[in-house]
Design a binder for this molecule. Structure first.
Ligand code: OOG
Ligand code: MG
Length: 252
């Protein structure tokens, strides 16, 4: 199978909510090419890339999925659910939700910039929920497989943006994910590579390395602070991040 054929297969799996088998013998560089090709298909349907999401930036996520390497995927405008909005379960295969924080870039970051100076590229931060939905059977994959599948990204919800210029401390904030008002997962933003700004630095560097330099206006999801929880129809999901507030959606 060519890389373009694999991209088409994964794109169709996402469109039809039908899982496919994992590719064999794929290399990481080729996997990012497949990811780019599948995003090109979305672009041709009118979607716009609005940022990136980081994956496997916390121990909890690495442990849950058995992958130890930080990855990234592209976010498009069509993946965004308004805060308080709904996620149609029928359009997904086996979706899961995880609590995150999001950065909004105020300027183009330099891939060689240290994390400390990258803070000045951040315009605002927000609490976020990412909905992941592997296009592979049983939600199982290896490193190259999940990269080709756009790091399982399916949808995301952003809470209220908070200006970052004040130098707001974002490492060590309590995080909780609630299902119908009951805490299902809890942790801290410190779980995200020790400091979510380090996840941003990794994203800036990795995306540039694979031909996707970030720019002003881009959104960056830092990666989940806790394990992801499976969704079921009707459930209301809320993430609460200390000092940043709540964000929620309902699965329908
Ligand atoms: C891959 C995506 C990981 C995160 O926040 O760590 C991710 C997956 O778990 O399916 O989004
Ligand atoms: Mg995530």
């Amino acid at each position: 199978m060519t890389l373009a054929e694999l991209a088409e297969r994964l794109d169709r799996a996402a469109l039809t909510a039908a899982a496919v088998a994992q590719p064999a013998d794929l290399e990481v560089g080729d996997a990012y090419l497949v990811q780019g090709l599948s995003i090109d298909r979305r672009r041709r349907r009118g979607e716009r890339v609005v940022g990136i999401k980081m994956g496997f930036t916390s121990r909890e996520k690495m442990r849950q999925m058995g992958i130890e390497e930080t990855i990234w995927g592209r976010l498009t405008d069509a993946m965004r659910i308004p805060s308080g909005g709904t996620l149609p379960m029928a359009r997904h295969i086996h979706p899961r939700a995880e609590p995150e924080i999001a950065f909004l870039l105020g300027r183009a970051p330099d891939p060689d910039e240290p994390a400390a100076s990258l803070a000045s590229a951040v315009e605002a931060v927000a609490p976020a929920i990412e909905i992941i939905d592997s296009r592979y059977e049983d939600f199982r994959f290896d490193l190259a497989g999940v990269i080709a599948d756009n790091a399982s990204s399916a949808a995301f919800v952003l809470g209220e943006w908070r200006p970052f210029s004040t130098g707001l401390a974002i490492a060590g904030l309590d995080v909780a994910l609630e299902l119908d008002g009951r805490v299902a997962e809890s942790g801290s933003t410190a779980a995200i590579l020790g400091d979510p700004l380090l996840a941003l630095a990794a994203g800036v560097r990795l995306a540039a390395r694979y031909g996707h330099p970030l720019t002003a206006g881009d959104v960056v999801l830092a990666g989940a602070a806790t394990a992801a929880v499976p969704l079921r129809e009707g459930v209301r999901v809320t993430a609460r991040v200390e000092a940043l507030g709540p964000v929620s959606f309902r699965a329908v």
